[in-house]
Design a protein around this ligand. Structure first.
Ligand code: NAP
Length: 430
């Protein structure tokens, strides 16, 4: 029998488990520090993108197979160390994602009211770590930094009316706070231009169909239309959306302004963010942004930096600081230690990108562990956790949490998520 521990129950973790469990004679433990599974599907994917979240059904069917077990509410590093797991299992796979915000690194970035997207997205998605975030919505201006899909998610959620959020699983505290929001002007800052965005067409197109908000693009920022022919088809579609926003500015109570060639250089305010100082940029021959020296100011009481994520380092595990991920060779970190998903390749790609990634790492693991080394595996972990007074949350327990969340749903929403670990545990232990 081969014993595998996967740390992290998000898409990368479950796709890896799915590929591994097909190998038969194998026992896989998917360990998560939260009492609830599915990682970014639960706390990262936008609450109004329920069709994307439906992939959790697939992970559930993996979790329900005999050789896969969910071990929730067990924190690696606190309840059990990586070294201990390496003693107990033939292979340990880090599927821990990239939950930390990349630092903005400009003066004023630590002012109250400056929030990273991991925190903001976690807050509206009910991640227990961010339940107390309380973003200031008593401001007319908001600056969203970054030109990726997370910036779009954030701008869209900030703009939607309560009616538009019906059918989402946004948590009650966010729904209430957003309903009382004074926000009227959202600036999305891109340090480069429309041809350098990292936004996908479907997500960009959604901005054109909001009830009370409309996107604005300055036509002067758009390259010659003929240059779009050089773009790959998806990017061309995205740019076509931008052209349509530029050509059809619609008057609505909330505007979403695309500020291209706009690099934030400082955030200022008296004990709280009040304005962002922005430098206009141009592109060099390598399409990098370079400053023109020209500056302008945007008044804003809330700044949300959507500039990418990083994997937190783990003591003793080789780490690539520049890229914010574990140092690895196609998923191999050290003998018996692997990584997959964002922890392996950095924070890029869609949920589906993790499927081939998980399959590749599973193949490597199976090749390396052979028939297994007779390690203690599950019973060993159970004994160790019991000796420390740690009672894991099982998949059965999670289904009780799941049922309670569905039963608590309000206003036509699919569920009302628990936002504290204690509340999750109460539901799990019923
Ligand atoms: P991303 O796609 O890497 O975009 C990050 C953006 O931040 C880029 O526009 C980047 O500009 C900018 N940026 C980085 N550092 C900056 C700085 N110091 N100052 C100003 N701008 C800076 O990251 P993301 O939006 O966090 O998304 C992560 C991944 O999740 C992506 O693969 C994304 O597609 C995926 N995702 C998908 C969906 C969906 O499919 N619905 C939703 C959310 C996220 P430069 O290009 O100039 O570096």
């Amino acid at each position: 029998m081969r014993h595998i521990a996967i740390i992290g129950s998000g898409p990368a973790g479950y796709y890896t488990a799915e590929a591994l469990q097909k190998a038969g004679d194998i026992a896989i433990d998917v360990i998560d520090r939260l009492p609830v599974p599915y990682g970014l599907i639960r706390t990262g994917v936008a609450p109004d993108h329920q069709s994307i979240k439906a992939v959790s059904k697939r992970y559930e069917s993996v979790a329900l197979t005999d050789n896969v077990r969910f071990v929730g509410h067990v924190a690696v590093g606190t309840d059990v160390s990586i070294d201990e797991l390496a003693q107990l299992y033939d292979a340990v796979v880090l599927a821990t994602g990239a939950p930390d915000d990349r630092p903005l690194g400009i003066p004023g970035a630590d002012l109250p009211g400056v929030i990273g997207s991991a925190a903001f997205v976690g807050w509206y998605n009910g991640h227990p770590d961010f339940a107390g975030l309380n973003p200031p919505f008593d401001t007319r201006g908001v600056v969203v930094i970054g030109n990726g899909n997370v910036a779009l998610d954030v701008a869209r959620i900030l703009s939607k009316t309560p009616a538009e959020l019906v059918g989402s699983d946004i948590v009650a505290h966010a729904r209430t706070a957003l309903a009382a929001s004074a926000v009227q002007r959202i600036h999305i800052l891109g340090r480069r231009g429309p041809h350098q965005i990292a936004m996908t067409p479907k997500e960009l197109g959604e901005l054109g169909h909001l009830e009370r908000a409309s996107p604005r693009v300055d036509p002067a920022d758009l390259p010659d239309v003929g240059d779009d022919a050089l773009l790959e088809p998806g990017m061309r579609k995205s740019v076509t959306h931008l052209r349509s926003f530029a050509a059809n500015p619609v008057a609505r109570p909330v505007t979403i302004e695309f500020d291209f060639f706009a690099m934030p250089v400082a955030i200022e305010g008296d004990g709280q963010v009040q304005r962002v100082i922005v430098e206009r940029t141009t592109l060099d021959a390598d399409l990098r942004s370079v400053s023109t020296g020209e500056r302008y100011t945007i008044d804003a009481g809330l700044v949300i930096a959507c500039i990418g994520y990083q994997t937190p380092p783990i003591p003793g595990v080789p780490y690539e600081h520049g890229r914010g991920r574990f140092a690895n060779d196609e998923g191999r970190i050290l003998p018996g230690l692997y990584c997959v998903g964002w922890a392996r390749r950095g924070p890029s790609g869609t949920i589906g990108t993790n499927k081939p990634d998980g399959a590749r790492v599973a193949e490597m693991v199976l090749e390396d562990v052979g028939r297994g080394a007779g390690k203690a595996g599950r019973p060993g972990l159970d004994a160790l956790l019991a000796s420390r007074g740690v009672t894991p949350v099982t998949f059965r327990d999670w289904r009780k949490i799941d049922a309670a969340e569905i039963a608590n749903a309000l206003d036509g929403n699919p569920r009302e998520k628990f936002v504290s670990v204690d509340a999750m545990l109460v539901a799990a232990r019923q």
